[in-house]
Design a protein around this ligand. Structure first.
Ligand code: CTP
Length: 214
């Protein structure tokens, strides 16, 4: 039997959903926060598996990186590695939709409107919550109703902890700057965090995740 002691599984970065061989749907995620979490977990002596969407970041040393382009690829990689993890932290900004039919060759202009039919992607975090092994940490990105929506996600996705981010001009969610977040756990505890660097926030989140053993 494989030991499940000491492995932290992290998702990071955006996903890309292909439209045709040259185009895709994605989002502004840079992966910074997920990579900081991976670095921090490694610093604590954990075995770290980082499942990463496309980013320009350098892999933290000593961390096993598995690249995944689309949500479907990321789901597969997560499911394969879930059972061996004591703690799972899902920081990826997974695209909620993909194109129903990816074109095999470049779509040409036809002089007029162009319709794309989108279908929902799997919710990787929810799937992990169903299989629940170790401590499960998710994120929420909201433009409104921050705490209410995050509390709902915490419960519905069967998480232990959630880090809620508000998307606003003052909160550098996607960039290298400081962020304000609210961290909530399933026991009803709430921590309000202001103007933290992603590095310091990563320390805090890893601390809370590794010490959450109820
Ligand atoms: N997530 C995921 N798979 C998806 C969508 C989201 O694993 N297809 C995870 C993210 O990694 C994050 C959490 O779910 O940890 C919340 O993501 P968020 O975009 O805030 O919320 P959604 O659940 O997609 O809900 P909505 O878009 O309605 O706000």
């Amino acid at each position: 039997m494989r030991s499940n002691i000491g492995t932290v599984l992290i998702t990071a970065g955006p996903t890309r959903e292909r439209i045709d061989p040259v185009r895709f749907i994605s989002n502004y995620s840079t992966g910074t926060f997920g990579y900081e979490i991976a670095r921090e977990a490694k610093r604590r002596g954990k075995r770290v598996v980082l499942i990463s969407g496309p980013t320009s970041l350098k892999a933290p040393s000593g961390v096993k990186v598995i690249n995944a382009e689309s949500a479907s690829e990321m789901l597969k990689a997560v499911m394969k590695n879930l059972a061996s993890a004591e703690c799972v932290i899902m920081a990826a900004a997974v695209s909620d939709w993909r194109v129903r039919r990816e074109a095999g060759s470049k779509i040409k202009r036809r002089g007029g409107a162009m319709r794309l039919e989108l279908v929902e992607n799997p919710d990787i975090l929810r799937e992990a919550g169903r299989k629940k092994h170790g401590t499960l940490v998710g994120f929420a990105l909201e433009t409104e109703g921050l705490e209410k929506n995050a509390a709902r996600k915490l419960k519905e996705k069967r998480l232990d902890l959630i880090v809620a981010n508000r998307l606003s001009s003052k909160n550098d969610v996607f960039g290298p700057g400081r962020v304000d977040v609210v961290i909530m756990d399933r026991l009803g505890n709430k921590t309000i965090v202001r103007r933290k660097t992603k590095k310091n926030l990563a320390k805090m989140v890893v601390d809370k995740a590794l010490n959450f053993n109820i």
